[in-house]
Design a protein around this ligand. Structure first.
Ligand code: NAP
Length: 247
């Protein structure tokens, strides 16, 4: 019996767990950070909460006798991915990163690409008045000083307590979102700029299409670098990789 730890928190992670849970001779454990209040419970075994940095993860991998480590976290979750890559080396474990492809601009897109969320905030005053902010809840404070801009902020959970919140409206919702939904949101709120992370994947891509169709510029935050190591772009390739590492 091989024990596989899947670092999750994404739709792809959940899908991978579904696809490999019933393979013979393996036991799959999903790990979630515990950021969302009501996470969609993964099928099978799971644990919730940080490990305590790289050393904590190494200790967990050894104590739990993990044989294979798959990092299926969000492309912007760079700390856990860095720790996972280093811990896998320290424990001499096969390690895979499942990373969905970046979105690429196509004809009709008007993207302003920036390196960080803070850089997105710096750019906005030049042209934006009503912004659809879709970067999650952890970095809202970066926009809170922009008094002349109104923000529509879409979040799964409420913003963190004691954090500065930009002026505007909070909309609690969880993807996937349809194009019809996104067009209506942008129009109803007279949005003139979208701010997004380049998360990739289909679940939240409709907002990018909606912005294109309405001629709205997108301030697109580029991904942080990923650590060196094995990478695949989709769930089927991760399943194949896992099968090859179970022998
Ligand atoms: P992060 O900055 O890379 O991680 C911060 C710390 O959270 C890590 O050092 C680790 O704590 C803990 N952690 C993160 N993912 C974990 C996991 N799957 N299992 C156990 N501990 C985990 O990550 P983040 O950006 O805060 O994202 C947190 C989670 O939300 C990730 O699992 C990610 O897949 C999901 N998510 C993130 C985004 C995003 O935009 N960042 C979007 C959608 C979903 P210790 O150091 O104590 O081990």
């Amino acid at each position: 019996m091989k024990r596989v730890l899947i670092l999750g928190g994404t739709g792809d992670g959940a899908e991978l767990v579904n696809q490999v849970s019933n393979l013979p001779n393996i036991e799959v454990i999903t790990s979630l950070a515990g950021r969302t209040r009501e996470p969609q419970a993964p099928s099978g075994l799971f644990r919730i909460g940080g490990f305590g940095g790289e050393l904590g993860l190494i200790s967990y991998l050894r104590t739990e006798k993990i044989d294979v480590l798959i990092d299926a976290t969000h492309p912007f979750a760079s700390e856990i991915s860095r720790n996972a890559a280093s811990a896998a080396i320290a424990c001499n474990l096969p390690h895979l990163m499942l990373i969905r492809p970046v979105w690429q601009p196509v004809g009709g897109d008007n993207w302003i690409e920036v390196e960080t969320v803070a850089a997105a905030a710096e750019n906005l005053p030049e042209f934006a008045q009503r912004v659809f902010l879709t970067i999650g809840r952890q970095q809202l404070a970066s926009f809170a000083h922009l008094d002349n801009i109104w923000f529509l902020m879409r979040l799964i959970d409420p913003p963190p307590a004691n954090s500065a919140i930009p002026q505007g409206k909070i909309l609690r919702d969880r993807g996937p979102f349809t194009l019809e939904n996104e067009l209506k949101l942008l129009q109803d709120h007279q949005i003139d700029t979208l701010v997004s992370k380049n998360s990739g994947g289909d679940a939240t891509y409709a907002k990018i299409i909606a912005a294109r169709e309405l001629g709205i510029p997108v301030v697109m935050v580029k991904r942080p670098p990923t650590p060196p190591g094995n990478q695949v772009n989709d769930v089927p390739s991760a399943v194949v990789w896992l099968l090859n590492h179970l022998e």
